[in-house]
Design a protein around this ligand. Structure first.
Ligand code: ASP
Length: 292
């Protein structure tokens, strides 16, 4: 029996700066989680709730996803996003996308309306244009970088974070979605873990996972799908699987965190970084939200 008829967890990225006031981020996490709760109560599909939650997070400009994304070393904004529908086993992703307001919408359109899983750069932008998705006319006025400064790695800098969610709907279907501008001052063309199915984002019939942190380490350890494989092949509980995967990421010199949700409605929000902005629904329907 599920712990609850549905479930929802959201993260706003790894990293925590004790000098920083995260009240606006926490409020936003609460607002988006409350919206997801309403949609799930009304019977919405997990993949739709995931898409809409990430669109809201991309739009708000408080995180390094979507509007709040940081520029790369050349001052350009190259965005990564991925989502996965656990019930259908389908996924859509974009990497190094420029010129569109919602990378997760482009990823969703790719999943729904093409035979492909991942498009990059100009191909992703061309697809978004063909699908009539909302362009950015003037990047300098659209982007409001949530993180600025000299630090290369947002997970170290207490940055405002990648965004991601995991969802269980009333039909027992799971979905996961993740979106980011990537690491501050990243090398042009650098693709992190976020748009890679199995590295940062995974959903199947048993578990959904969304990761944040040093992307290269999450790629090297196939972190998101590793959680699923540990459960599938009987290597312990969700808590044990998540702890083992984060230890594995750490062994690749990676700091970060992840959220995970099982088909039974069990949730984990864990990190080996200084913190991770996150929120989730408790079994009584109330919302837990915290910066660490
Ligand atoms: N994982 C992201 C990347 O490496 C960054 C982050 O989650 O903070 O692009």
């Amino acid at each position: 029996m599920p712990l609850a008829p549905f479930g929802f967890a959201l993260h706003g990225g790894a990293g925590f700066d004790p000098q920083h006031d995260y009240t606006p981020q926490i409020e936003q996490l609460r607002t988006v989680t409350a919206q997801a709760r309403t949609q799930l109560q009304e019977g919405a599909a997990a993949i739709d709730v995931a898409s809409q939650a990430i669109i809201a997070m991309e739009r708000c400009g408080l995180y390094i996803a979507g509007r709040g994304a940081s520029a790369n070393a050349e001052g350009d904004y190259e965005l990564d996003a991925c989502l996965m529908d656990g019930a259908r086993g389908t996924a859509g992703a974009v990497a190094a996308l420029q010129g569109f307001k919602s990378p997760i919408q482009v990823a969703r359109a790719l999943m729904d309306h093409s035979p492909h899983v991942l498009l990059v750069s100009q191909g992703a932008a061309r697809f978004a244009r063909e699908k009539g998705l909302e362009p950015i006319d003037d990047p300098s006025s659209w982007f409001t970088p949530a993180l600025t400064g000299e630090s290369f790695a947002c997970a170290d800098a207490g940055g405002h974070g990648t965004v991601g969610c995991v969802v269980l709907d009333q039909h027992g279907h799971l979905a996961a979605a993740t979106s980011t501008g990537g690491l501050l001052h990243k090398y042009p063309g650098r693709v992190g873990d976020t748009p890679l199915v199995g590295a940062s984002t995974w959903a199947d019939t048993q578990v959904a996972v969304s990761c944040t942190g040093h992307g290269e380490a999450f790629i090297r350890r196939a972190a998101a799908v590793q959680v699923a494989h540990r459960l599938r092949f009987g290597h312990g509980t969700l808590e044990e699987a998540v702890a083992a995967v984060l230890a594995d990421v750490q062994s690749a010199n990676g700091a970060g965190g992840l959220i995970a949700m099982t088909r039974q409605g069990e949730i984990r929000a864990s990190y080996n970084a200084y913190g991770m902005k996150h929120a989730y629904l408790l079994p009584d329907g109330s919302i837990h939200a915290a910066a660490r």
